[in-house]
Ligand binder design. Sequence first.
Ligand code: ADP
Ligand code: MN
Length: 494
Amino acid sequence: CPWGAPNTASISCSLADVMSEQLAKELQLEEENAAFPEVVAVAEGPFITGENIDTSSDLMLAQMLQMEFDREYDAQLRREEKKINGDSKVSISFENYRKVHPYDSDSSEDEVDWQDTRHDPYRADKPTTTPRRGFIGKGKDITTKHDEVVCGRKNTARMENFAPEFQVGDGIGMDLKLSNQVFNALKQHAYSEERRSARLHEKKEHSTAEKAVDPKTRLLLYKMVNAGMLETITGCISTGKESVVFHAYGGKSATEDKVIPPECAIKVFKTTLNEFKNRDKYIKDDYRFKDRFSKLNPRKIIRMWAEKEMHNLTRMQNAGIPCPQVVILKKHVLVMSFIGKDQIPAPKLKDVTLSSEDMKKAYYQTLNMMQQLYKECNLVHADLSEYNMLWHDGKVWLIDVSQSVEPTHPHGLEFLFRDCRNVAQFFQKGGVAEALNERELFNAVSGLNITADNEVDFQAEIEALEKMNEDHVQNHGKKLATFSSDGDPPIYDE
Ligand code: ADP
Ligand code: MN
């Protein structure tokens, strides 16, 4: 045999060797268990159902190590890049050799804890105007929309409309001007990519319906447990199209002044789905986002939903509306107090059978909350229905406010009317004789006095009001303080 005779003798080893190997293994296991007890606790949670715990924690560890390795590699690469470039005016970029795509990297900016923002950054009231007439300027400085530069910039901005997965880079930051031809070719490509990704995604979604958390998110959750902020993440309460909600037992707070609730809900906004595209209309036209939206990459836009939910919850909390209390926001993961007890979430209003007395109580409370939300928080829920109201401790709690907008949002009043329709229908069907109809409810909440007695005319008047505000924005560069009202909305009470 050209390879030589197999030497079986060399395999044999002494009993002592075997013993010590076993001992080493045992020791290692022991050590691992002591060092990473939480890994198992997290891993055996809902994300890896039906799988061997050991394997999943190995996978988890491997992923964490890989991420750490990639980060270190990139850091080294950056150092080398810096060394080579020195003070030279012309620099070489190593970006293409990085392990972590810039979009995925945890840059220091990304680490910003929005909780530390002293004020609500969305309270801005300086919306920007866009020229309506298709030209700006006067005399020979006139620029029309057919101007090459303007048109090029517009095309670049329009790239933001492509699917979140379609990475368009920071064209706006670079003041990139795309010709129509290039833009159209890109658009074509983006759409076919979107369709392809949707197809792929559909398959993936079916196979991983329950474990919708990617390694990065897992790592984030793991860090929270490891830091002691959360005791254990016990299980998944809900998997929606846009978010996954987990239950967790609260741990200890790093700071004295903050108390972590004994039970928490963790809302993880999905970073992978196209679904968020459908919500563009909420955010795109929101004055609070005008300046920021165009500059953000898709990942950040999804984080913005979490951020928005946090700020809206805080406003509601300040107004005394029963709602989850914000614990912490990390990227696209929002931790809040759990509405419910012993891991059992409070039922949605649609799932609970209330006595007629409780139903009436719930109605008046909802009416009050809608008024408070509008008047004191300057918000319209925009997805209010029996699905997003929980019944707990004998009262209604409002949740799911990431899409909530200010009343002067270009479609704010339409959203409010939709909310009113849902609420009115629910309580009327629920047998509350006192329940106002949707139009009365709308007036009661907004303090407006729209007199139309049928849905179509009412809707038309709402749209006219919205248009009035838009025109005001166009002409004065700022939105109306409030919609003109006939005095304060009457506060309804029992
Ligand atoms: P989605 O956008 O997926 O509808 P939600 O915020 O409505 O997100 O959360 C989905 C579900 O998770 C809710 O219907 C509710 O049952 C549960 N849930 C969310 N937040 C909490 C919380 N703070 N306490 C208890 N249950 C919650
Ligand atoms: Mn919901």
